[in-house]
Design a protein around this ligand. Sequence first.
Ligand code: F6R
Length: 241
Amino acid sequence: MRVIKAKDYADMSKKAADIMAAQVLMKPECVLGLATGSTPIGLYQNLVERYQAGELDFSAVRTVNLDEYKGLPKENDQSYYYFMNDNLFSKVNIDPKNTNLPDGMEPDSNKACEDYNKIIDSMGGVDIQLLGLGHNGHIGFNEPGDSFVPDVHCVDLTQTTIEANKRFFASIDEVPKQAYTMGIRNIMFAKKILVVVSGKDKAPILKEVINGPITPKVQASVLQLHPDVTIVADEDALSMM
Ligand code: F6R
C-alpha cells in the first residue's frame, strides 16, 4: 500500500484529484469506480474545476458506483444517484448513459444485485476504484462481519446507521433500511484502488487498515492484499501512524 500524506482536507482532495485526473488523461475511455460520502466531495470539486478549465474530458469515461440505498428514487436528495449528479455528473461532459449505480428502486434484491454484477463485469475491469473509509473500517456498505461477501449484495443497515440518517428524512419510517453494495470481489478486481481519508476521527481505523491483521472485522484490511492501492490521507488521519 502506498500512503501519500496530505497536509489537510483541501490538500488531500487535490492530491487525490491529481491521481483520478491522470487516469482520465492516460485513458480517456477509462472506467472509474466512484464513491459517495463527505470525503470525496473536495476531490469531485477539483475534477469539475479541471473540466471547466478545459484540462479534462469525460466524454468517453464510464463509471460504476459502489452502492445505493434500496427504495429511494433518483430524485430523492439522499439517494447516491442524486449525490453523484449534484457533485459530478451534471457538472462535467459525461454521458449519463455511461454512469451506473445499483437500481435502488428495484424491489427484488436478487435481481438488483445480479443486474449490477453483470454491469460491473461487462465493463471489462474498473481502471481505478475510489473508496472512502467508514469509522468501523467499512468500504462500500461492506460492514464488519465474519466473512467477506464477494459480489453485489443487499445489506440491512444497522440500527445506528438508521438512527444517524433520520435527521435527513421527514420521519424514521422514510429512512432506508437496506442498501445495495458492491462486494469485496468487485472492489478487489479493480486494477487500481484509491482510498481517501481525512480527519482525526479516522486515525484509529486507518492504523488498523494499514498495519492490523487482515480480517472481515475490518473489511478495508483486505486492501493489504491488492497489488496497487494508494491511500491519500491528511495529517490528522495519519496522526496515529
Ligand atoms: C460511499 C460509501 C461509504 C463511505 C464511507 C465513508 O459510497 O460506500 O463506504 O465511503 O462511509 O464516508 P465519509 O466519507 O462520509 O466519511
